[in-house]
Design a protein around this ligand. Sequence first.
Ligand SMILES: Cc1cc2nc3c(=O)[nH]c(=O)nc-3n(C[C@H](O)[C@H](O)[C@H](O)COP(=O)(O)OP(=O)(O)OC[C@H]3O[C@@H](n4cnc5c(N)ncnc54)[C@H](O)[C@@H]3O)c2cc1C
Length: 414
Amino acid sequence: MKIVVLGAGVIGVTSAWYLAAAGHEVTVLDRRPEPGLETSFANGGQISAGHAEPWARPGVVPKIFGWLGREDAPLLFRPRADWAQWRWGLGFLRECIPGRFERNSRTLSGLAIYSRECLRALRRGTGIRYDELSRGILHFCTSQRDFEAVARHAEAVRAMGISRQLKSAQECLAIEPALDDSRSPVLGGVYTPEDESGDARRFTQELARLCAEKGVRFEMQRTIDGLEAAGGRVESVRLGAERLCADAFVVSLGSYSPLLLEPLGIRIPVYPLKGYSITLPLTPEHADAAPTVSLTDEAHKIVISRLGNRLRAAGTAELTGYDTSLNAIRCDAIVQRIRHLFPALGAIEPVDRWAGLRPATPDNVPVIGRTRMRNLFLNTGHGTLGWTLACGSGRVLADLVSGRTPEVAFRFFG
Ligand SMILES: Cc1cc2nc3c(=O)[nH]c(=O)nc-3n(C[C@H](O)[C@H](O)[C@H](O)COP(=O)(O)OP(=O)(O)OC[C@H]3O[C@@H](n4cnc5c(N)ncnc54)[C@H](O)[C@@H]3O)c2cc1C
């Protein structure tokens, strides 16, 4: 089949890869000059299959109220006259109910573990390099209260079949000695040794190159204006005055997916959830002071990944519409925390500060599947876990388009 993939972020490119592998003729469209220049550009780098959980969970609501009005809060709601934003916020609160949290966690974990397997197979098959590290992810705690909470949580998720190793303070430091100098001592944590990290942008661009070698066509700097439908099918994609026809279409436009679908009467609960990252260049003299195990700082909700000779730290979530401007206070909060955790890096100035819009659903479960337009498929809404879920999502999407049953159980759209 002739298939057009809309969007060349990590989700669009992995979709193209698996569609091409299934024998389809694939064209990818994107408004940017290169793949991976929007939300997949500078994320936290974690392939966190062992922690593939929604942010909407019991216990988070009182924290959100405690953070209200704090400019450096990990999760910030900036109310706007935007019904989509309020609907998303209310949906998020509903997903905090315990039964829903468990259901969503199971769904996400299943896809995430499958996705990690797909990524490993892809790596073995292609030799793709993207500053990857397979040293696990350590969630560390700097307060006793947080440690007790993560220990209780690790026990609860064990009952769901998700395995996490509880680690003492000494064990955490043995896993990541760079934490030894932290100005807030590490009191314990949870380790998932099977987890990985790597540069999502580099992966996206390298995979796009491999896709092109397989015959996938990339049409960059092409702004998609709409979809033309008739008789329950999409006939073409509108690019200015031009129309591009195909047998099937896959929407992977990240946070912009709902805007393209709305005129067709297809509603998906995706809304932008803004986050920030900073990237530090590491000189040889500082290399040992920076961690190599990917980390999650439980207290500040920051993820930290070593990407070759750079250190990436990312976090914070802001519900503020389609706004990608940099907020100095929120970026500085990440910089200060990195200096606090790794004082020996204090002299290094972060060169790259970045903000991106996570395409978030209230339950964090992505929207993957066929719409009521028979040849229109969705692979979008991966929120905080797009890099973790990318390969598995691309693979199941290609299975659905090809009429095969995906290998993993999932709540598919439609
Ligand atoms: C601060 C931060 C930290 C994160 N950390 C992690 C992490 O550690 N692990 C993890 O798993 N996930 C993480 N994520 C989430 C992850 O980065 C995203 O889920 C993922 O990048 C989404 O990919 P995407 O392909 O759906 O969207 P995008 O990468 O945004 O791709 C969408 C593409 O569509 C194109 N596009 C949009 N509209 C149009 C149009 N009208 N015409 C043409 N092209 C268009 C854009 O140019 C873009 O290239 C993080 C996100 C943020 C913001």
